[in-house]
Design a protein around this ligand. Structure first.
Ligand code: GLU
Length: 291
């Protein structure tokens, strides 16, 4: 049996907030509940969006909460050669192709927008760029992907119709999240992905990539989103407040409640909250889905 390996993979575009703590805590709890390893990966491929020092700030916040990775963290910005090798393999196998289209050209060709607010690429360059210079690299997708989420149940997405051939390397030369996350999860031997539900609709793209690269697909559990008072998802982009870590045990208790766990008032230190939450998580999640 493959030993459990989980991860928390923050993009250091802002400090941890109440929403990202829920994802961090859930991934940590699931790793502990399975007697597994928990890793932290800094997803800083989009360098211009990551303020200097934000990575260390997040690692410090996690440490203050008692969420300590079992192996040294890795930074995606230092792993470009792995992504390059994967893209080369995809190109050689005919799964990836160069695209010369600008966003404006795609918008003009497509009209309607996909449900993620992204344009469904109409496949203009699937059979070549007709001599135009390559700007970005895309994955050729086909049909529908079905997958099972431990919390959401059976899921399905018509990748071809709803997403289209998606970008692996951007026109500005930056690696796309989809490629980096798939390469890293495989390279780090991740067996279980536990993350926020906002990423659930990215999963079919990642499964398609895993299939093209002959990589295993991890199990998935997407956690409930934390909504702001106005009903919007809490996110760094809409300025969610950084966690107030004067009382880390209180922040952990709040995050645990969002996961339907109630570590109780007797748990007054971060270690006590975490221990109580692991016991409850184990009862709630591992009975249903043995490793
Ligand atoms: N880096 C992504 C984020 O912060 C999470 C990626 C993942 O867990 O797959 O939203």
């Amino acid at each position: 049996m493959t030993p459990y390996r989980g991860r928390f993979a923050p993009s250091p575009t802002g400090p941890l907030h109440a929403g990202s703590l829920v994802a961090a805590l859930a991934s940590w709890l699931d790793a502990r509940a399975h007697g597994g390893c928990w890793l932290v990966r800094i997803e800083d491929v989009d360098g211009p969006r990551c303020p200097p020092g934000m990575d260390e700030l997040i690692l410090g916040q996690l440490a203050a909460l008692g969420l300590l990775p079992d192996e040294p963290p890795v930074w995606q910005s230092r792993r470009g050669s792995l992504y390059e090798a994967a893209l080369d393999r995809l190109i050689a196998a005919g799964h990836a192709y160069g695209c010369a289209c600008t966003r404006a050209e795609i918008a003009a060709a497509v009209g309607p927008r996909a449900k993620h607010g992204e344009l469904v690429y109409p496949g203009t360059c699937r059979h070549g760029t007709l001599g135009r210079p390559v700007r970005a690299w895309r994955l050729r997708v086909q049909g529908r992907v079905d997958w099972l989420d431990r919390r959401l149940g059976p899921q399905s997405q018509d990748l071809e119709a709803e997403v289209g051939d998606f970008v692996l390397k951007r026109a500005d030369g930056l690696w796309a999240y989809q490629l980096a996350v798939v390469v890293d999860d495989a390279e780090q031997g991740i067996t279980d992905i536990v993350r926020g539900e906002d990423l659930a609709d990215n999963t079919p793209r990642q499964i398609a990539l895993q299939r093209c690269l002959d990589l295993p697909t991890p199990r998935h559990l997407h956690t409930p989103l934390v909504l702001a008072a106005d009903g919007h998802k809490l996110s760094k982009q809409n300025g969610a407040a950084a966690l107030d870590l004067a009382d880390p045990a209180a922040r952990l208790r709040e995050a645990a409640l969002r996961l339907n766990l109630a570590p109780g008032p007797a748990a007054s230190t971060p270690g006590e909250v975490l221990a109580a939450a692991v016991a409850q998580w184990t009862a709630q999640w591992t009975a249903q889905c043995p490793p």
